[in-house]
Design a protein around this ligand. Structure first.
Ligand code: HEM
Length: 361
């Protein structure tokens, strides 16, 4: 589903489900062994459930991500950003360049997910490695499944730790919900943790990198924001539209034949939400490839739409805005390092670059 209007309709259509039991290919066992996207389709949790089940799971997590809770995280997010900026200059390679992806755009959202879930630093790095393999389209056959198994094991270990010693974090709160009210199965608990780890950091990491790249490539637009003519939120929204951090999101299923103005999606077929394409749909956006911070309003679909709208959207916006504002305040002369443009990540789901080498001044 690549067109903005059609995607928007499908995302909110009650005849479209997320439970793979409605997908003919899956039900009939016709998906190949080791299919890299299997985790996305089958992991129990919010992204694979519908109706009352989905509302139950989402309700448990949304309490931890209310606008008030997110506002309360703002000082910690800023502190972490400032700390990472302090370390950047010292992280420069002998040629004076720094990989902003590894040194800045990755550790920030991973830290925030870590704080939210109560992860230790070494768990965070391992989870990032595994998550990279899970979203990769170029990993060896079976590597995605192995990474998923390892991540499930690590998260089961985390749940055991928190069960033994509860703390003030979302993992402990979910365990309490499971044990006190029996509202969550063990599989769902681990599935939700996995979804929060993957969705909570790969996305924001790509948003920050995509925004920095766009600003460095468009000095006139950077001048607009540095001069105060447009707010940093405009950078975040225009980047979300033009370079959606989630390229494609698997998977939805038609519960009955759905007629989209002449094109019929047959019942039982899979539907792929192509957020990156919708953000550049020429039928919806004027000059879609242009990075234009004066577009208003930018009502993109890149954080989803309908019942599965991104539950972490306020947090993602807070992180990205803080990161960008402070980065350019600290290094106003930031520029792209010379050399070949960075390679895109080989991923069907994530839309970003595999490194982002910059010069700080
Ligand atoms: C759902 C994008 C950050 C957690 C989604 C969806 C999109 C999205 C497009 C809908 C997927 C679909 O059903 O088609 C993004 C982007 C982000 C971001 C672009 C950052 C720039 C976050 C963060 C968290 C998070 C920080 C958690 C801390 C989730 C979860 C869902 C979701 C759990 C599933 C919700 C449900 O199925 O009800 N996100 N996300 N996301 N996001 Fe985000």
């Amino acid at each position: 589903m690549t067109q903005h209007a059609a995607l928007q309709r499908v995302l909110a259509d009650p005849r479209v489900a997320k439970d793979p039991a409605h997908w003919t290919l899956y039900r009939e066992g016709r998906l190949p062994e080791g299919w890299p996207l299997m985790t996305f389709v089958t992991i129990p949790g919010m992204t694979t459930s519908d109706g009352a089940d989905h509302r139950r799971l989402r309700g448990l997590v949304s309490q931890a991500l209310t606008p008030r809770r997110v506002d309360a995280l703002a000082p910690a997010v800023r502190q972490r950003v400032l700390g990472l900026l302090d370390d950047l200059a010292g992280a420069a390679a002998p040629d004076g360049s720094v990989d902003l992806r590894t040194r800045f755009a990755y550790p920030l959202p991973m830290y925030v997910v870590g704080e939210l879930l109560g992860l230790r630093a070494e768990q965070q790095d391992r989870l990032h490695e595994l998550s990279d393999v899970m979203v990769s389209s170029s990993a060896a056959p079976g590597a995605g499944a192995a990474a998923t198994r390892d991540m499930l094991g690590l998260l089961a270990g985390l749940a055991a730790e928190k069960r033994a010693e509860p703390a003030d974090d979302l993992t402990s709160a979910l365990i309490a919900a499971r044990e006190e009210q029996d509202r969550l199965s063990e599989e769902e608990l681990i599935g939700i943790l996995l979804q929060l780890v993957v969705a909570g950091h790969e996305t924001t990491l790509n948003l920050i990198c995509n925004a920095v790249r766009a600003l460095l490539a468009h000095p006139d637009q950077l001048a607009l924001v540095l001069g105060g003519a447009v707010p940093w939120s405009a950078v975040v929204e225009e980047t979300l539209r033009r370079d959606s951090p989630v390229g494609h999101f698997p998977m939805r299923y038609a519960l009955e034949d759905i007629d989209l103005g002449g094109v019929v999606i047959p019942a039982g077929d899979g539907i792929l939400a192509s957020y990156a394409a919708a953000g550049r749909d020429p039928g919806h956006w004027a000059e879609p490839d242009r990075f234009d911070l004066t577009r208003s309003p930018v009502r993109h679909l890149s954080l989803g739409h309908g019942p599965h709208f991104c539950i972490g959207s306020a947090l993602a916006r807070l992180e990205a805005e803080t990161a960008l504002r402070e980065l350019f305040a600290r290094f106003p002369g930031l520029r792209a390092a010379e050399g070949a443009p960075p390679a895109p990540i080989a991923s069907f789901v994530s839309n970003g670059v595999s490194s982002l080498r910059v010069r700080l001044s």
